[in-house]
Write a protein that binds this ligand. Structure first.
Ligand code: HEM
Length: 122
C-alpha cells in the first residue's frame, strides 16, 4: 500500500498545508509563544518538517534529534502534553480545511502522536 504521504498528495500537498498550518499555530494563544524569537525561516522549516512527518514522508528522525530540537522548550518554556495536543488539533483543522478525508486525518494524527514522548523529552 502506498504511504499516507503519497495518498495525501506528496510534496505539493505538504507545501499547500504549510502556510495554513503556520497561520493557525502562530494565531493560537496556547502555543504561539514557543515560536517567539525563532527566525521565520526556521519556523517555516518547522511546519514543513512537522507536516512531512505527520504524512509519513519524513526520514526517520532518531528520537535523540527530536529531543535535542525540543529540549530548550521543555526545560525553559515548559513544553508539555497540552501544547502537543494543540499542535495536533491545528494539524487536524488544517487538513480538514484542505478537504482531506477524516480517516487520513486520523492516520496523520497517529503518526505525529508517535513522536510525543521524544518531543516532550521523556
Ligand atoms: C511531531 C511533532 C514534531 C516534530 C516532527 C517537530 C520537528 C522539529 C524539528 C525537525 C525541529 C528542528 C528544526 C530546525 O532546527 O530548523 C524542531 C524545533 C522546534 N520545534 Fe518542533 N516538532 C514537533 C513538535 C513540536 C511542538 C509540539 C512544538 C511547540 C508547541 C514545537 C516547537 C518547536 C520550536 C519552537 C522549535 C525550535 C526552532 C528553533 O529553535 O529554531 N515542535 N521541531
Amino acid at each position: 500500500m502506498s504511504s499516507l504521504f503519497e495518498r495525501i498528495g506528496g510534496k505539493p500537498a505538504v507545501e499547500a498545508a504549510v502556510d495554513l498550518f503556520y497561520e493557525k499555530v502562530l494565531a493560537d494563544n496556547r502555543i504561539k509563544h514557543f515560536f517567539e524569537g525563532v527566525d521565520m525561516k526556521r519556523q517555516a522549516n518547522h511546519q514543513k518538517m512537522f507536516l512531512t512527518y505527520a504524512f509519513g514522508g519524513a526520514p526517520n528522525y532518531p528520537g535523540k534529534s527530536m529531543r535535542q530540537a525540543h529540549q530548550r522548550l521543555v526545560d525553559d518554556l515548559g513544553l508539555t502534553d497540552e501544547h502537543f495536543d494543540a499542535v495536533i488539533e491545528n494539524l487536524g483543522a488544517t487538513l480538514k480545511e484542505l478537504g482531506v478525508a477524516d480517516d487520513r486525518i486520523g492516520e496523520a494524527a497517529a503518526i505525529a502522536e508517535s513522536t510525543r514522548n521524544d518531543v516532550l523529552c521523556r
